[in-house]
Design a protein around this ligand. Sequence first.
Ligand code: FAD
Length: 470
Amino acid sequence: TPILLWFRRDLRLSDHAALCAAAETGRPVIPVFVHDALVDGLKAAPKWRLGLGIGALANSLAEKGSKLILRREKDALDAIRALITETGAGAVYWSRLYDPDSVARDSRIKEALKEQGVEARSFGGHLMFEPWTVETKTGGYYKVYTPFWNSVKTRDVDAPRSTPSKIPVPQTWPASDAVEDWDMGAAMNRGADVVRPFVQLGEQAAQSRLGAFIAHTVADYDTTRNLPGQVGTSNLSENLALGEISPHQCWHAGMRARQEGKPGAETFLKELVWREFAYHLMHHTPHILTKSWREEWQQFDWKDDARASEVWAWKKGRTGLPFVDAAMREMYVTGRMHNRGRMIVASYLTKHLRTDWRIGLDWFEECLIDWDPASNAMGWQWSAGSGPDATPYFRVFNPETQLDKFDKDRAYTSRWIAEGRSNPHKDALSYFDAIPRHWAMGATDSYPDPIVTPAEGRKRALEAYEKRGF
Ligand code: FAD
């Protein structure tokens, strides 16, 4: 009987444990993607990017003589059951996810299938270290990154598996929706066309990105990773988020670079482990996604009006602070933002503007094509000071001094800010093509004065902090 291979955030054919296991049985494999309530609940950019990823996976499968079957049901179980009836499938395989909503769905489906006498098997692959396998000496979970790193850094990470040479096919294929009919870009009410050229779509593009990074960039990663005006990082987050590449593949490439003596390689490995750490935290403390991780922070008096004019100025990249504005515009146009920018804009929103970190978290989720539930939540709570191993609240980034340190030649800010410049960069202009008309902004407007200066912002943050008696 056939095996249904249920793809979710593992849109690749290489190093895919579930695919290998299914193909090895010699039974027909029916690859499936289900558009269920969880997919429907995705925000604009991640949903649009997922739609592109599904298309790319379908093409890779077609090249191997296989096919991706698309079904839409509110409850994924209904779609899977229908496929079982139509194809006579006796097993369903998938790669594990770790966010609480997916875990609840998958456990329920596993139970239901077992009751029905259908084999349901989940596999690893999204992470190198399953969150429950990393324990402190006393059997607890890690709340601080460095000891987490120390406990995993010498572990053996599975070598990447190659793509099965043959994916056995069924005698007849069940019917499939067309991904275009799902209209997954419907909520991209900014120019999806503007963002599209920045997307590196699919498994092959991800492998090329990794190859180029290891060949040209990783050696200097220790310094260049902090400079948003340069290509100093791997940019793989977009592909890791959808599993177009596996963390194991990145890890082993990083290890080889380390063995070759490339100095930045170890730092790259450490960054991959930050991602694992985010998942470890989400697994053990899922409330990190929705409320301040530290209990004492749950009462902090954040401003929580998402429509406040200061919040809008932040979203639109009109705070009057070039580093903040450049980063917000970079995200709007490319669907990604440099890590230095993420830290600065998050600090500015939560400290200078004293705004609830969840408003920032939501906006990132709306705009990022590399949106990842665990890394986004950890990043925001780290920046706000409310999370585990967080930057202390009194450490307020100053966007002006950060500019002199990390964008000395202004390569980054001049790439993203057009106002007041005689010969603006094409990317700075493309921002105005991307934004909705009702934002009523133009490249020839004058650049605003700071809505809150760094000095005022710092004062505001520290006053709020003292008032809480921290
Ligand atoms: P590289 O520097 O090349 O690093 C390699 C990989 O390591 C990344 O692709 C990523 O998977 C992982 N990594 C690196 N830094 C971190 C980190 N701080 N936390 C977790 N993993 C990391 N990352 C996301 O993937 N999705 C998000 O939604 C996200 N939201 C964030 C929000 C805030 C407020 C902050 C401060 C950080 C956030 N990050 C997020 C983490 C980080 O900014 C990005 O992973 C990084 O910028 C991706 O660029 P890169 O692929 O070139 O990274």
